[in-house]
Design a protein around this ligand. Sequence first.
Ligand code: LLP
Length: 428
Amino acid sequence: MDLFEYRDGDLCCEDVRLSDLADETGTPAYVYSAGTLLRHYRAIADAFAPLDPTICFSVKSLANVHVLKLLASAGSGFDVVSGGEIARVLAAGGEMSRVVFAGVGKNDSEIEFAIASGVGMFNVESAAEFENLSRLASLGGKKVHAALRINPDVYDPATHRYTTTGKKETKFGVDIDRAGRFFETYGRDPHVELDGIHLHIGSPIYSPQPYVQAVTKAMDLAETLCEKGFQVRSLNLGGGYAADYDQGASPRAETYAEALVPLLKDKNLRVLLEPGRQISCNAGVLLTRVLYVKQGGGKKFLIVDAAMTDLLRPALYEAEHFVYPARLPDGASPPERRIAFASEGGEKVDIVGGVCETSDFLATDRVLPPMRRGDLLAVFSAGAYGFVMSSHYNSRPNAAEVLVQGDSWRVIRRRENYDDLFAAELDV
Ligand code: LLP
């Protein structure tokens, strides 16, 4: 599925040896594979081709302008949730009519910016937001398109409670039971053409079944609305298509498509998808070096130069990522890429960062070959919700980002320096 593999004992991204790359870029560094990003994008496009969908890559999962440029060149549209993300898509030269703007808390300047930039569709999440959008569209003298985000009240029990969004009790969207009334109140607005339905039931969703339930409910709603004389021209299925954090755990794009295409084919609806992690997750690794090896009680710690400020997911969701040395001990065979993989003759370690928080770990209880100061580790499946969730806590500069394509690579975000940390404080 992705283009990271061990060759002669060295982890390579496409045709680049990551230990060579790290010698030049320093660590921590995020490394993305262009070939993998494109391959994952095409897998979704091909699987859903019978619906001729608009694929809107979810910028929040991996927002680097150069990555957006790459995906735009493959035909991708974009799902954005802030003015900042709109600015990134503009900087990447994305086609704005293929941009959808979601989020429960769009502020006035973001809405004005989106209208002025020609964003294709607003995914509206409340009555109050709709009224504000209509007011701002009329002031700007422009008519805009909107889809109502509904809550179909389904959820995937496998999804972490922090990232499930399709249940009734959530701040996102509008209860499906209230959607009819919403269209009756706002469906004939002169400034906002409300002609679509949007869903996003959570992420990651490991089975097509919750989507099938949600789409079935949405199609019933669309039919009722059409009977009442409203136009429903588009259905946006959102994102959440899982990625493989642990081998074999995730369905492929075809599995979702096989379940969903029959429900949506020939329904005279424009279908939109907002995949994030299925494209970006396994297209990136985080490279980090061991600073110190330390014994603490019965535990052995590898203290590394990346931390929760670089990859927050383990601290925030107890998410697990496969972590392994980028260079194998002499004669060792490549590991199986499974979180529970135990290296033969290895030792059990916790891999932790240098931030002053006990929750600052990248992985716990992993059996790795014996590691020493200076050794390079790769944290896999880190392309999605990795760099984008970085912080400056403890005044740590953010990592570099690198894009590999074939046998060449380039830095697509330079490592931050100390001046970057407080430039905005001096600029007052
Ligand atoms: N569309 C909407 C409206 C969303 O809210 C999201 C993600 C997506 C699409 C893309 O979901 P994806 O296909 O990437 O699963 N930080 C968490 C994930 C939060 C997802 C928020 N919304 C994590 O690290 O797992």
